[in-house]
Design a protein around this ligand. Structure first.
Ligand SMILES: Nc1nc2c(ncn2[C@@H]2O[C@H](COP(=O)(O)OP(=O)(O)OP(=O)(O)O)[C@@H](O)[C@H]2O)c(=O)[nH]1
Ligand SMILES: [Mg+2]
Length: 305
């Protein structure tokens, strides 16, 4: 039986061009497809399974095609500037909940991903990103290694989103710091990259062992995993307040309940450049903590506790 009656949430991914929104979504699906489908399924007792399925053709084209690209060590292309795209709907079935009955839940997530340049002006946001107004979950994606990243640039984006749709401040807001693998590599190699702040400050973002915990949560250790998500959230939140950053103003623009994550959609696989200039992966992605924003959404939906 196809479960049409699953509750649905609208998830908008927001970020500047090139900060990793599309690869983040591709990594999220990759992780659900490979890691969570195994770790959250009960192999023995009740045989209950965790299933992720594309519920419309847009999702089929987007998520499966991107997973096939990643299998081939290739990366999704930057988004074309398309106004008001249809959602890519994923259905999650068999989400474990140890505390409440029923023990397994179902949820549809309608994902929206547009070119970051559409967040550059209020008129684009109002006209071409209309779905934003109906979002239940907002995921802000920031790449701290990107040349366009800075606290004022982050604040400008957040400010714009809430100026265009002030009621979103009452919705579930997740801030995901991406490309942690790249940040780690840059710190390790002590490369003098174009961050506006010091190396020790960048390292502070990596200073939590559970960020690199590559073991996906299973149904039994979910409570521990959720606790580690809380610790990471507090850690990343305080990173914005580092003396080099002094970005209290950024936090003040966000709702007090906003959650913070630190993720890598690709993990420690490196990249190389092909002769035609295309960036290729040197191995299969091994994302870390990429499911955290997803689990925050499950929690906000009240189906994971
Ligand atoms: N090392 C590393 N690189 C990443 C990761 N995620 C994205 N990238 C790189 O960043 C580039 C841009 O990522 P996208 O996901 O296309 O960025 P976007 O935010 O969707 O960009 P627009 O669609 O132009 O707004 C990718 O082509 C990758 O080279 C990551 O987790 N680790
Ligand atoms: Mg994109």
């Amino acid at each position: 039986m196809w479960p049409w009656d699953a509750p649905a949430r609208q998830v908008a991914v927001v970020g500047l061009p090139g900060h990793g929104k599309t690869v983040f979504l591709a990594g999220l699906f990759w992780d659900s497809f490979y890691a969570l489908a195994t770790s959250l399924s009960d192999q023995q007792a009740d045989g209950q399974r965790f299933i992720v399925r594309a519920a419309n053709e847009t999702a089929s084209d987007l998520f499966y095609e991107n997973a096939i690209l990643l299998e081939r060590r290739r990366l999704p292309a930057p988004n074309h500037r398309v106004a008001n795209p249809p959602p890519a709907i994923l259905e999650y079935d068999g989400i474990p909940n140890r505390r409440r009955w029923p023990r397994r839940r179902r949820l549809q997530l309608h994902f929206y991903d547009v070119a970051g340049e559409l967040f550059a002006q209020d008129q684009y946001v109002r006209r071409d990103v209309a779905f934003l107004a109906h979002a239940d979950d907002l995921i802000f994606v920031f790449d701290p290694t990107h040349e366009t990243f800075s606290p004022p640039a982050a604040a400008q984006l957040i400010n714009r989103v809430f100026r265009c749709a002030p009621w979103l401040a009452r919705r579930n807001v997740v801030v995901a710091m991406t490309k942690l693998d790249r940040l780690q590599r840059l710190c390790r190699e002590a490369v003098d990259w174009s961050l506006q702040y010091g190396r020790s400050d960048a390292e502070a973002l990596l200073d939590l062992p559970s960020i690199f915990d590559t073991k996906p949560p299973d149904a039994a250790d979910l409570p521990d995993y959720l606790r580690s998500m809380q610790a990471i959230s507090a850690h990343v939140r305080s990173w914005w307040l580092h003396p080099d950053r002094q970005a209290q103003a950024v936090l003040n623009l966000l709702p007090a309940r906003a959650r913070f994550c630190a993720v890598s959609a690709l993990g420690d696989v490196g990249t190389t450049e092909a002769r035609d200039g295309e960036v290729l992966l040197t191995g299969r992605p091994e994302p870390y903590r990429i499911c955290d924003p997803l689990l925050w959404i499950f929690r906000a939906a009240g189906i994971l506790s």
